[in-house]
Design a protein around this ligand. Structure first.
Ligand code: ADP
Length: 265
């Protein structure tokens, strides 16, 4: 299948700080975060629990306010980017409508977005082609409860790409899957991404996952939440499973692991 999408849009953060103020405590969830994500770039974010990965995604996604700094998504504010469907969020568990078939779950978002993003959504046949690509061709008329967890997450992923939003935010979308399915999903995601040229920010706890997927891996530290290490991944694309035997891949994994070890110590 040919490439069907335009290039994604860039994300820029400058000096972004975020506090959570409780009755008895205050958490400096993000401290002066600077970040540039280029159009069409795939960036993975990794770090110990509580270092602010989800908060970073939620700030970019316009889901939480922040105290200082600036955030630009697709040339506008996060809130405006959300309103104009420049952003999509892929959660940890697929939120499919149980009473709709696979085909109609994917089509639902097209219906909801047809007014604002008509020019950006994939056509019906492109959406079906993507579902076939991820092995769901025989399940187009199945309901979510007839599918395994991995299949449901594949529907959810395709739905995110069909939505047409140029910036995709993903918060550990594969964390509920078994390791074999999870590894397959990584390459499926890369295939979908290569066909659509989206800008992706992907939060994960898995070092292999971060490295396999990304152009850049950001390592965050906690208290305060900040980016302490950037690993540029020099592996060629398209990436296939054999890349996990490549010495350069192993070297990237080693360097990210060392950076994580330092911030977790
Ligand atoms: P991560 O995704 O890296 O595990 P989070 O972004 O969820 O980290 O959280 C960063 C810090 O902010 C943690 O200390 C967490 O307890 C705190 N935090 C996150 N969300 C809230 C909230 N809604 N209210 C108070 N504190 C929060």
């Amino acid at each position: 299948m040919r490439s069907v999408r335009e290039a994604g849009a860039a994300v820029t953060l400058r000096g972004v700080s975020k506090w959570f103020i409780g009755r008895n405590d205050q958490t400096h969830a993000l401290s002066s975060v600077d970040l540039d994500v280029a159009a069409g770039e795939f960036v993975s974010v990794i770090g110990p629990s509580g270092c602010g990965k989800s908060t970073l995604l939620r700030v970019v996604g316009g889901l939480v306010p922040y105290e200082s700094g600036t955030v630009d998504v697709a040339g506008t504010t996060p809130a405006q980017a959300r309103r104009t469907k420049q952003l999509s969020f892929t959660p940890q568990t697929p939120a499919l409508l149980p009473w709709r078939t696979v085909r109609r779950n994917v089509r639902l978002l097209r219906e909801l977005n047809s007014r604002r993003a008509a020019g950006e959504s994939l056509s019906e046949s492109e959406a079906v082609a993507l579902l076939e690509t991820v092995g769901l061709g025989d399940f187009l008329d199945s309901f979510p409860n007839e599918l395994s967890g991995g299949m449901q997450q594949r529907v959810s992923l395709v739905r995110g790409f069909v939505l047409g939003a140029p910036v995709m935010l993903m918060d550990e979308p594969f964390s509920a899957l078994d390791e074999i399915t999870r590894n397959e999903m990584r390459y499926l995601l890369l295939d979908l991404w290569a066909r659509t040229s989206k800008t992706v920010i992907f939060v994960t706890h898995s070092i292999p996952e971060a490295v396999i997927l990304a152009d850049r891996v950001l390592v965050m530290a906690r208290r305060p939440g900040r980016v302490v290490w950037t690993e540029s991944i020099e592996l060629p694309r398209p990436r296939e499973i054999s890349i996990q035997d490549d010495p350069q891949y192993l070297e990237h994994v080693r360097r990210v692991r060392n950076a994580l070890h330092e911030v977790s110590a």
